[in-house]
Structures are given as C-alpha cells and as structure tokens.
Design a binder for this molecule. Structure first.
Ligand SMILES: Cc1cc2nc3c(=O)[nH]c(=O)nc-3n(C[C@H](O)[C@H](O)[C@H](O)COP(=O)(O)OP(=O)(O)OC[C@H]3O[C@@H](n4cnc5c(N)ncnc54)[C@H](O)[C@@H]3O)c2cc1C
Length: 337
C-alpha cells in the first residue's frame, strides 16, 4: 500500500515486479480498503508508507529492497567463499554465461545488483530473440533463464552489488556491497549499461514521482486512460509506446531527431504508425519538468521552429539510451570508455 506519487512506493513496486514476485498494489488515495489495512497493520498513518503486507501476516514499513529480498527468500549472500566462475551482472549475457558455465560442471555464482533479466527484463515485448517466433515479454525471458540457470546449480545472489575487484593470481577476489568477498578462478563481467539520466531542471526531484526510467511494465496500469509522454526514439521507446497504447488514452513520443527511421527497427515504426492513440512529435526535446509533489507539466522545445510549450502531464517515461558503469573495475583492468 502506498501513494502513486511516492518514489519510495515506486521503488518497492519496481523491485517486486522485476524480481517477478506477485503482488497487489493498493493506492491509498483511491482504494478505501488500503486505508483500513494501514490502520489494521498499525502503520501509523500515511507518512509511513509504503507498507508491505506478506501472506504470513507480517509487515514491513518503508522497507529497503534488501529487507524485502530477505523476507521473500532471495539469496543475497554466497554459500561458499570460492567458485570456479563468478559472473557479475544478470542480464541476458550473464544468465547465458551462467547456464553454459554450470552446464559444464563449473561451480558458478551470478551476482546481480537489481533483478535478473537486466535491461531486457524491463522490455514489454522482445520479438527478435532466437527461438521465440512470436516474441515474449522481458520478464518471461528472465524467468525462463533464471529457471534454467538454477536447474544447472547456479547460485544467484540478488540484490547484491559488486563494488570492486582485486587480482590475487591465480584468483580474482570480488568485493560486495555488504563488505563480504568472493574468490574465483574465472571472472566474467556482464554488467551491460545503465540508464542515461535526463539532465534537465526538475528531473532529479520528480524521479519516481511522475518521471520514470524504463518502468513501462510497472507503471502502465496506473496510467490507464491518462495521457502519457515518452522521451526517446529508439527501440525501447517504441516498445514502451506500444505497451502504453493499450492502457493510456494517448501516448505522445517526444523524439529529438527528424524521424524514427535512423533509430528504430522498421517493424516497430510500422506498428506505431498503425496505432491510433500514439502521436510522434519529432525535433522535440524536454527542457524542463515541473511539479511540487509530483509531475505536473513538461516544457518542450521544438528545434526547428524554436517554439517552447508547456503542457500539463502526469507521467513521463525516459528512454534515452544508456552507458556502461564500469568504474569499479578501474585499476584492475584497462577501460577503453
Ligand atoms: C526497454 C528495453 C527494451 C529492449 N528491447 C529489446 C529487443 O526487443 N530486442 C533486443 O535485441 N534488445 C532489446 N533491448 C536491449 C537489450 O535488452 C540489451 O541489449 C540486453 O539486455 C543486454 O544484455 P546484457 O546482459 O549485456 O546487459 P544488461 O541487460 O544491461 O544487464 C546487465 C546487468 O548487470 C547488472 N549490474 C551492473 N553493474 C553491476 C554490479 N556492479 N554488480 C552487480 N550487478 C551489476 C545490472 O543491474 C543489469 O541487470 C531492450 C532494452 C530495453 C531497456
């Protein structure tokens, strides 16, 4: 239970969704039942939300991802001090490596900071993955890969972050966020990339309160019958637009370039063109986001006309690419970025 515009509530929902933990979300503003449950759980009013109730009757108030992980039985600490193969990152690359390593009999541990599936896990529809001719959702792909990896005995630690590495030949020693260490013979870094942040006034303050990164799956239902804005013109934005078009009354894509053709796959361009409630605005950039408690308006600049418009908005989803986050490797291996 929580408030739709609370970044804390968004974080809990996103964590549960990305880790494929079934949950029911009750908005304290909209659902009378939520207020009753908050009172029953003695959560001491709205200032102590989000409140998470578990099937066994226990509760957590404003929990960290780690606290939820421990409660629902996710493993965050390694069983042993040493592995043949340690993999950092649980996206498609890390999960695939884990399946192959473990299937060859290597003792394998995979360490994932957020949730297995990586970027692909947040995709609403992947249509070009080998072996899935009609496509599948990113969460389905992640669930299948995790099941396959576990079947071969891979130990998956999540949420757990690798903060550093030390070479102690012939071993590599990983330093984890909780202070513990894991040694291995072979270390495979599959950390992919992290979302690039929208660097405009207001964006930091409103992140999680109307401004979201890659959260199409988590927030789509909350946007039912509302107008949704997306920033970005590549495939992830296109997929998200198609997904939102099933819930939102209108989806407006704000694209910096002159068209989608140089940045998006043709199959998505065709789908978008055939979807009535998606509008593509080219040569448009967001230059500011406004709101006190939550997003209330977006300021959009048009590169060709020089026009600047402020439009009312409640939800803005950002898909403007990503960059590698490999600073923790600095000093241990040569970085080219
Ligand atoms: C919304 C969306 C839709 C997409 N749709 C498609 C599609 O339809 N088709 C397609 O081909 N591609 C698609 N992509 C791109 C595709 O998802 C990526 O190419 C793919 O996920 C890359 O896989 P990866 O395993 O290399 O890295 P990632 O998926 O980026 O995974 C890296 C993982 O490493 C973890 N990590 C990073 N640093 C650390 C650390 N220090 N400690 C522990 N863990 C760490 C991260 O949390 C992350 O889970 C999409 C991407 C997005 C965002």
């Amino acid at each position: 239970m929580g408030n739709r515009w609370s970044p804390f509530s968004h974080q809990v929902k996103d964590f549960l969704a990305r880790n494929q933990i079934p949950y029911q979300w009750l908005d304290i503003e909209l659902e009378p039942e939520a207020a009753k449950l908050v009172e029953y759980a003695e959560a001491d009013g709205r200032q102590h939300l989000p409140l998470v109730l578990f099937p066994d009757g226990s509760r957590l108030i404003q929990p960290s991802n780690l606290a939820i992980a421990e409660k629902i039985g996710l493993r965050t600490q390694a069983e042993r001090p040493f592995y043949d193969l340690a993999i950092v990152g649980g996206g498609p690359a890390g999960l695939a490596a884990a399946v192959y390593g473990a299937s060859e009999g290597l003792s394998t541990v995979l360490i994932e900071r957020e949730a297995p599936g990586g970027q692909a896990g947040s995709s609403s529809r992947i249509e070009n993955y080998l072996g899935f001719p009609v496509g599948l959702s990113g969460s389905d792909l992640a669930r299948r890969a995790v099941t396959q990896a576990r079947r071969f005995g891979v130990e998956i630690l999540t949420p757990q972050e690798v903060k550093g590495v030390r070479l102690q030949d012939p071993y590599r020693v990983l330093q984890l966020a909780d202070g513990s260490e894991i040694s291995c013979h072979a270390l495979l870094v599959a950390t992919g990339v992290s979302y690039r942040w929208l660097n405009v006034p207001g964006a930091d303050k409103l992140t999680g309160a109307g401004v979201y990164y890659g959260a199409a799956m988590t927030e789509a239902i909350a946007c039912s019958n509302e107008e949704v804005y997306l920033v970005g013109g590549a495939n992830s934005a296109g997929q998200a637009a198609m997904h939102f078009s099933k819930y939102a009354s209108k989806v407006t894509m704000l694209v910096r370039g002159e068209s989608l053709t140089s940045s998006m796959s043709q199959y998505l361009i065709d789908q978008i063109a055939a979807t009535e409630n998606i509008q593509v605005c080219t040569c448009c950039s967001v230059v500011e986001v406004k709101g006190d408690e939550h997003l209330e308006a977006i300021v959009i600049a048009h590169a060709k006309t020089g026009e600047i418009n402020t439009v009312p908005a409640r939800s803005l989803f950002i898909f403007i690419g990503a960059s590698p986050k490999t600073d923790w490797l600095d000093g241990a291996i040569e970085l080219l970025w």
